[in-house]
Each structure stands twice: as structure tokens, then as C-alpha cells.
Design a protein around this ligand. Structure first.
Ligand code: APR
Length: 318
């Protein structure tokens, strides 16, 4: 149990996170900050606090529009951002406009963290994932052990779920990793996918596997289309919580996370989804996987996409 965990952004994902942190009793204090009025995060925190006697839980939950509420947090989960919604004139913002808006939000988030919890470990979930984590790093200079993006755990969970469904086996039997940037270029690593320790090809034909891998790459969009409003929020929250628990319980669990590479995989200075040992010190070790030639080629394409986004983030810096 940590002393304090803070959630930035009290929307759909932030709401599930606070609820789960309390139910799983992962910190003595849980703080939620959101700028949305009249006071969204205060309302969500009060709702959960008022339910705490029912579940017999003495965790202190506090919400506020002011970043001071996150003061002294040991761990921060960042979900602050705006989704792609129509502008007042009815047109959709371009990708660049959306990126610019979300970078501005990230600058406000960075200011809050820098002022009130500069030593906290940070797990960032907000999209565009790679751009936001990179901007947090630019703004805060957080050591690489303490700053990670959550995407790979969710992308891997989606891949595992689709494999389990197709093979007709328990999700617990499926082990898989999805690496690279969080977007169209992510790479489900088929060569490392195992069903009860056996190669996945023993259970699923190549054409079906290819379809599953495509579905994995587009899984976020599939949920967005079905929901009509907003994007997936329970599975991303649970995925971030797997990282939180790996840190709190010092599990040394190998998870796919977006981490700053310093020469690993031949990449320097970019946040990329790779397997890493997650424990009480955060990202404790990056694991370099043996990839097939095709996977290596796909990884290079993904790195190019991540680099392009990082360059855009730098170009959008005042
Ligand atoms: N400080 C704090 N919170 C902010 C700020 C800010 N400067 N700017 C915006 N927010 C809040 C919004 O008010 C909103 O309540 O961030 C919250 C985001 O919540 P949702 O819109 O419900 O989005 P959610 O589904 O939770 O997803 C959050 O994670 O997976 C990604 O693409 C997703 O970027 C999105 C993020």
C-alpha cells in the first residue's frame, strides 16, 4: 500500500481508476484532479468516499479542480486530455489541432506535477500516447525508471483475448506481447505468443492469426465505433492498474510499457513500447526480445512513426 496515489483527469478512465484503487486498497490516500466544472473530480471523489463505509474501507479520497490536491503523491496516473469531438462550426479538429490541444493540457499537467509531486513515478495513459509521454519527459526530465506510458499492456490484453476466443481456451493460458508505438504500427509479436507454453500456430491457422493481429491494431477504434461517444475506459484502467500493482508489490513483472530507450533495440531518446521489468523502482530493466526478420522490419516502421510524432511534439514547443 502506498501513502498516496493521484489521478490526473477524472473522466471515464480516471473514474474507474479511483474506484479500483479504493476497492483494491492500493493507497492510504487517493487524489483526483480535473478542471471540468462545476467540480467533476470533487463529485466523483465524494461519491466514492460516501460509499466507503459500505465496503469497510478507510482510504481517504479527495477530488479538486486545483492541482494542490496531488501534493506529495508517490505515484501519478495521467489521463488528462480531450477526445476528437466536433468544433463549434461542426467540423472535426485535424490531427495536428488535436495534438496541439492535448500538448497544451500536458503542459498544464506537467506544471502541476512539477509543483506538487516532482518525485512521483508517473504512468501516463492519455492519447496520443507516445506524444504525451514524450512531452511529459521534455517538461519534467523525469528519470526513465519513473516515467512510463500505458499502452502495451492493453494492446497485449486485446491480442490475448482474441487468441483465447479463437483457440477456445482460457485467457489465462495465453501469453503475448504487443510492442512498438501505440497506433496503426504496433506489432503483435506472434513469435512470442504462447498458448499454455506452446506456439500459438499449433492452435490457430496463419490466416486467422493475421486477421486477429489486424483486429488488435484497430481494437481501440472498434470500441469507439460501438460506444458512439468516448473510447474504451475499463480495460485501459485495469491495464494501468496491473502496472501500479507491479510497482507497489515489487513484482518484477515483465510488461509491455512505453519506456525511454537508451540504445536498446538500436533506438536512442524515444519512448517506445517494449517489454520491461516493472518493480518498486518503476522501469527496472528493458528486455530486448529476439524478433524474426519480419518483426524487426515492422518494428523499424513503428520506430519511424514514433520518431515523426516526437519531431512534431518538438516542433510544437514554443
Ligand atoms: N487537468 C486535469 N484534467 C484535465 C485537464 C487538465 N488540464 N484537461 C482536461 N482534463 C480532463 C477532462 O476534463 C476530462 O474529464 O481529462 C478528462 C479526460 O476524460 P475523458 O474525456 O472521459 O477521457 P477518458 O476516456 O478518461 O480517456 C482519457 O486516455 O485512453 C486515453 O484517448 C484517451 O486521451 C484519452 C485519455
Amino acid at each position: 500500500m502506498l501513502n498516496k496515489i493521484a489521478i490526473i483527469g477524472g473522466g471515464n478512465i480516471g473514474g474507474v481508476l479511483v474506484q479500483e484503487l479504493v476497492q483494491r486498497r492500493l493507497a492510504k490516500n487517493v487524489a483526483l484532479v480535473d478542471v471540468k466544472g462545476p467540480d467533476l473530480s470533487k463529485g466523483k471523489a465524494l461519491d466514492i468516499a460516501e460509499g466507503s463505509p459500505v465496503i469497510g474501507c478507510d482510504i481517504r479520497v479527495e477530488g479538486s479542480k486545483e492541482y494542490a490536491v496531488i501534493e506529495g503523491a508517490d505515484l501519478i496516473i495521467n489521463t488528462a486530455g480531450v477526445p476528437r469531438t466536433p468544433k463549434p462550426d461542426g467540423t472535426l479538429p485535424t490531427r495536428e489541432e488535436l495534438l496541439a490541444t492535448n500538448l497544451k493540457i500536458t503542459d498544464a499537467v506537467s506544471e502541476g506535477i512539477g509543483k506538487f509531486a516532482p518525485k512521483a513515478k508517473i504512468i501516463s495513459i492519455a492519447n496520443p500516447l507516445d506524444a504525451i509521454v514524450y512531452r511529459l519527459y521534455m517538461n519534467l526530465g523525469t528519470p526513465r525508471e519513473h516515467l512510463m506510458g500505458m499502452a502495451g499492456v492493453l494492446d497485449s490484453a486485446r491480442y490475448r483475448y482474441f487468441i483465447a476466443e479463437e483457440a477456445g481456451v482460457s485467457v489465462e493460458n495465453v501469453e503475448a506481447m504487443v510492442l512498438g508505438g501505440h497506433g496503426d504500427t504496433m506489432i503483435p509479436i506472434r513469435s512470442a505468443c504462447r498458448v499454455a507454453g506452446m506456439p500459438v500456430e499449433k492452435f490457430i491457422a496463419a490466416d486467422k492469426l493475421e486477421a486477429i493481429e489486424n483486429r488488435t491494431r484497430n481494437a481501440g477504434g472498434e470500441v469507439v465505433k460501438l460506444l458512439g461517444v468516448g473510447s474504451a475506459f475499463v480495460s485501459p484502467a485495469w491495464s494501468a492498474l496491473q502496472m501500479v500493482e507491479a510497482i507497489i508489490f515489487d513484482k518484477k513483472k515483465i510488461l509491455a510499457v512505453s519506456a525511454l530507450l537508451k540504445g536498446e533495440y538500436g533506438v536512442d531518446g524515444l519512448f517506445v513500447g517494449v517489454p520491461a521489468v516493472i518493480g518498486k523502482n518503476g522501469v527496472e530493466k528493458i528486455i530486448e526480445m529476439d524478433l524474426t526478420a519480419a518483426e524487426k522490419a515492422a518494428f523499424a516502421v513503428s520506430i519511424d512513426a514514433v520518431k515523426k510524432t516526437a519531431d512534431e511534439v518538438i516542433a510544437m514547443t514554443k
